[in-house]
Design a protein around this ligand. Structure first.
Ligand code: ADP
Length: 637
């Protein structure tokens, strides 16, 4: 059958265009990507071989590099799981990850962005096009008879045709661009060059990487393939080596190998579990959130499971809760069954014990970072804080450990993030609750009327703006260090000393008598929109604000739940008005001279409307509001 031409997916075209013209100086990484893919393919074959041993080859599982300086070709070959024709189309013609896709769709045709891109995703196989003018892949899926050749210059399309391959595996042959030091393209057929690159990036790969070079030995007329048996890599699992032997550079390279993230990790931590269940783990916290942190498929990409140094699986979701899904690393267990399936893992008691230990370790490592290097910790917090807070929804017993890690902005501290624990330390002795306010932006929150009395009395209030904050505070109103949480926008607020509270209560009783007629009138005018109108103890300068009853869900949570398809009952808010405000005083005069004055209804609507606007909400009848406001201005002028 002759070759069939296929178009690349649009986003792949874009990516290849960037690769081909990339100015990324560190082009060596293409080799790491190919070796890493080969190593994954060997892992997968070994895993499939656990239950289907006929798939395993007789020869050793290995990776071979074949360099031909004269022909300017470099091949990377593995006897791993291989790819069928369909898999070649799927894997080397499209990009599956939705986060990456989205990013590529939005990417301007900006060539300078390529390094950033390589950094973010580790563009994998496609990195070959930084150094090759043509890439030729011949692959045969383990268990299948036929092999397929995939061929492309990276310009728009690739071709597929039937091919020969003696056994399962993949051979990727690059026709290299001419070496050009200025362009950053080194001679990747040079033996010493290849040795160096492999040592640098892939030393810990668990399979031998061997090199063969086409060369003329002394006295030869034609070049022959000269193979070295000695692997280029040491193959030593990095987590089994004493920490004092492993350099920071090696930890970083290993991180890149498992995570495909080219940024420096923020921290790594090694831990060993001893006792009934034995395991060791090397875990990393990245410094940058991946684009797809909030995509479903991202969940649990991070942890690889090994059993006694043998790779078992990627993405071992059972080992890390979702709220720590940003953690990357390897876990090497001593006696999990090698035949274990994903379903069995969930029930495996050993896995549960290991997971518990890992969670504890990660939270401890973050706590240490927070205590020892606040600047670095704040970087972490900016990237992953909202994800970590998802843990507050789940873990009753770990809640305080997570809350110990929470940073927040408050109405004081010059708007700088402060640890929640320090807020609690600063609380005056008689302050019983952690006062907080949730919303979509710090600016809107900071100028909210709800905070007026707090500001006047110098009481610090925590401002929270991540969508998840609404949810965890709503779900369980947890205590933290013996203090309950109190929303400044919910229920009745009483501030000050016992004496002040008493006085305020008396004043209010008095006011309630004075204003009872007007309040009833406002309530009638607004009965479709609010469930109650009452005098406020939280306002000092604004005339009105909206509050919820304790336990009512906020409009933001209601919107989120509705989006998730849940039915949410309507909660009408309460309108609080400020009896100390001039408007209220004037309104009372109008009311007392004529309780049915039509202006009262308009003013009621305006008081309600401005309370909605002040909390960053949307008016349900903006045209009506504007008209009433214009009428009022005309009358006043
Ligand atoms: P990534 O490795 O990050 O998934 P790549 O673009 O490097 O992205 O590779 C895409 C997919 O192609 C891999 O996930 C794998 O399924 C397949 N693949 C690449 N190289 C090989 C190989 N040598 N053997 C088998 N499959 C491979």
């Amino acid at each position: 059958m002759s070759a069939e031409s296929h178009e690349f997916q649009a986003e792949v075209k874009k990516l290849l265009e960037l690769m081909i013209h990339s100015l990324y100086s560190n082009k060596d990484v293409f080799l790491r990507e190919l070796i890493s893919n080969a190593s994954d393919a060997l892992d997968r074959l070994r895993f499939e071989g656990l239950t289907a041993s006929h798939l395993l080859p007789d020869e050793e599982l290995q990776i071979r590099l074949l360099a031909d300086p004269e022909a300017r070709t470099l091949s990377v070959e593995d006897n791993g799981v291989g790819m069928s024709r369909d898999e070649l189309v799927e894997n080397l013609g499209t990009i599956a990850r939705s986060g990456t896709l989205e990013y590529l769709r939005n990417l301007e045709d900006d060539r300078d962005a390529a390094p950033e891109l390589i950094g973010q995703f580790g563009v994998g196989f496609y990195a070959s096009f930084m150094v090759a003018e043509q890439v030729d892949v011949v692959s045969r899926r383990a268990g299948e008879e036929h092999a397929t050749r995939w061929l492309s210059t990276g310009a728009g399309s690739y071709s597929l045709e039937e091919a020969e391959r003696e056994s399962a595996g993949t051979t990727i042959t690059l026709k290299l661009k001419p070496a050009d030091a200025e362009d950053g393209v080194s001679d990747y057929t040079d033996e010493w060059m290849l040795r160096q690159v492999v040592r640098k990036f892939s030393d810990f790969v668990a399979y031998p990487i061997r090199l063969s070079v086409m060369k003329k030995e002394e006295g030869d007329d034609i070049a022959k393939l000269v193979a070295s048996d000695e692997p280029l890599n040491s193959m030593k699992a990095i987590w089994t080596r004493p920490a004092s032997d492993v350099s920071e550079e090696e930890y970083k390279e290993f991180y890149t190998h498992i995570s495909h993230d080219h940024h420096e990790p923020l921290l790594h931590t090694y831990t060993k579990l001893e006792g009934t269940f034995e395991a060791q783990a090397l875990l990393y916290v990245p410094s940058e959130a991946p684009f797809d942190l909030y995509h479903r498929e991202m969940a649990h990409r991070g942890i690889q499971l090994y059993v006694k140094r043998v790779f078992i699986m990627d993405e071992c979701r059972e080992l890390m809760p979702e709220y720590l899904r940003f953690v990357k690393g390897v876990v090497d267990a001593e006696d999990v069954s090698l035949n274990v399936s994903r379903e069995m893992l969930q029930q495996d008691r050993q896995i549960q014990v290991i997971r518990k230990h890992l969670v504890k370790k990660v939270l401890e490592a973050l706590k240490t970072l927070k205590d020892e290097d606040e600047e670095k910790y704040l970087k972490f917090w900016a990237q992953f804080g909202p994800v970590l807070k998802e843990g507050l929804l789940l873990w009753q017993e770990k809640r305080d450990r997570i809350l110990d890690l929470v940073y927040c902005t408050t109405t004081q501290q010059d708007g700088k993030p402060t640890p929640l624990s320090s807020y609690v330390d600063r609380m005056p002795q008689d302050q019983e609750a952690i006062y907080y306010m949730t919303g979509t932006s710090i600016d809107v929150l900071a100028s909210s009327p709800h905070l007026e009395a707090f500001k006047q009395k110098g009481i610090e209030v925590v401002l929270l703006t991540d969508p998840v904050d609404e949810v965890w505070l709503q779900q369980m109103a947890p205590e933290y260090r013996g203090k309950k949480w109190q929303s400044v926008g919910k229920g009745e607020i009483e501030l000050g000393s016992e004496e002040e509270k008493k006085q305020a209560e008396e004043d209010r009783k008095q006011d309630e008598e004075t204003y009872s007629g007007l309040i009833t009138c406002l309530r009638t005018a607004l009965q479709d929109r609010v469930k109650e109108v009452r005098l406020s103890s939280r306002l000092t300068t604004s005339p009105s604000c909206l509050v919820l009853e304790e336990g009512d869900i906020t409009p933001q949570v209601a919107a989120m739940l509705r989006q998730a398809g849940q039915e949410v009952p309507e909660h009408k808010p309460i309108l609080e008005v400020n009896s100390g405000h001039e408007i209220l005083k004037k309104l009372r005069e109008i009311f007392e001279s004529n309780g049915t004055d039509p202006r009262l209804g308009d003013y009621a609507a305006l008081l309600y409307g401005q309370a909605v606007l002040a909390e960053g909400g949307q008016l349900d009848d903006p045209a009506g509001f504007t008209k009433k406001l214009s009428d009022l201005m005309t009358r006043a002028l």
